[in-house]
Design a protein around this ligand. Structure first.
Ligand code: DP6
Length: 328
């Protein structure tokens, strides 16, 4: 059978997904909004082959047999079921961003895997079906299927929990300067974190705020209002970390340099630089800014002790098949 290659970008959530109503189907406790990260991507090649005794996964050049392999195998199983095929697959997945930096690759990995494997299996799924399927591999992956600025509507079940584009990448020239903070130990992954969300007394308060946050964020994107975006993005990130810090067991993802960057970003905004921070399930700080300010912000971030490197991303398009390269 032919080999199919797909490319997808990671995304950064402006309004965070934290906690699941159904952890098996990954039906989230709340809706979320993100921006795809153009320039960063995962490229995944899939080939179903009747002669293979089992699925094979190469991740960044290394054969995988552990947890990552099992998660990919389960995803291939879903796709085989949908397509009505039995052949095992060879999956070769590469990230163009450095490993071990805590840049979450599960969104771009499962979005590109979903697109490549479904086409290789002979399926012809639309964007909504691809998003629903990617969601079952990794929740945030459903937001890496559509392009630009994306909302994942929580929904109540598999059929209505999917992501769609609020605006294309060209709508607003934003950038993400990602301050990579050196880390002694690997963070607890988001899958484990989601399972703890409901143990925090603050999760109900967070969930009650989400509809208002989603609406403010939609408005900010529609109106290209950076100040409005900055306020809601920082509030939403802080609220998620308040839940994380007050779960049982509590987790703290922030390192001293995480706080140093957060404080610096506030000072810069006071000086008129359009920048705000958001932090995922790790110590890195995503500094979202208007694209024209990215170079200056990157320079300032590099000067903060504890920041080991800075990656820069523009707003990214949707997941696509490699044959279509150039059209995005
Ligand atoms: C903090 O999508 O990585 O980045 O569904 O278990 O794969 P799984 O979790 P994942 O969770 C993302 C959590 C977050 C916030 C967000 O991206 O919305």
């Amino acid at each position: 059978m032919k080999s199919v290659t797909a490319i997808a970008h990671p995304n950064i959530a402006f309004i965070k997904y934290w906690g699941n109503r159904d952890p098996v189907l990954r039906i989230p406790s709340n809706g979320s909004i993100s921006m795809n990260l153009g320039g960063l991507f995962t490229r995944t090649q899939v080939r179903f082959d009747p002669s293979l005794p089992k699925d094979i996964l190469f991740l960044n050049g290394q054969p995988e047999t552990g947890v990552a392999y099992e998660r990919v195998r389960r995803h291939l199983e879903r796709i085989r079921q949908l397509a009505g095929i039995r052949e095992r697959a060879e999956v070769v997945s590469l990230n163009n961003f450095p490993m071990g930096t805590g840049i979450a690759s599960s969104a771009s990995a499962f979005a590109s895997l979903t697109l490549a494997a479904s086409v290789a299996a002979g399926l012809n799924l639309d964007e909504c079906q691809l998003s629903r399927l990617a969601r079952q591999g990794s929740g945030s992956a459903c937001r890496s299927i559509p392009g630009g600025f994306v909302e994942w509507q929580a929904g109540e079940g598999d059929l209505d929990s999917f992501a769609y584009s609020l605006a294309p990448a060209e709508h607003w020239a934003l950038a993400d300067c990602i301050a990579i903070i050196s880390q002694e130990h690997k963070s607890t992954g988001s899958t484990e974190g989601h399972a703890l969300a409901d143990t925090s007394p603050l999760q109900p308060a967070r969930l009650a705020r989400v509809p208002a946050h989603l609406e403010l964020c939609r408005q900010a994107i529609r109106e290209r209002d950076f100040d409005k975006l900055a306020r809601v993005v920082e509030m939403d990130s802080n609220l998620m970390h308040a839940v994380i810090m007050t779960s049982t067991p509590p987790l703290i993802y922030w390192q001293p340099a995480t706080l140093a960057v957060m404080n610096a970003v506030h000072v810069w905004r006071g000086e008129g630089i359009p920048a705000c921070f958001t932090v995922d399930a790790g110590p890195n700080v995503h500094v979202i800014c208007e694209a024209w300010a990215a170079e200056e912000i990157e320079k300032r971030l590099r000067a903060i002790p504890g920041v080991s490197q800075v990656l820069r991303a523009a707003v990214g398009g949707p997941a696509y098949l490699e044959q279509e390269a150039g059209s995005h």
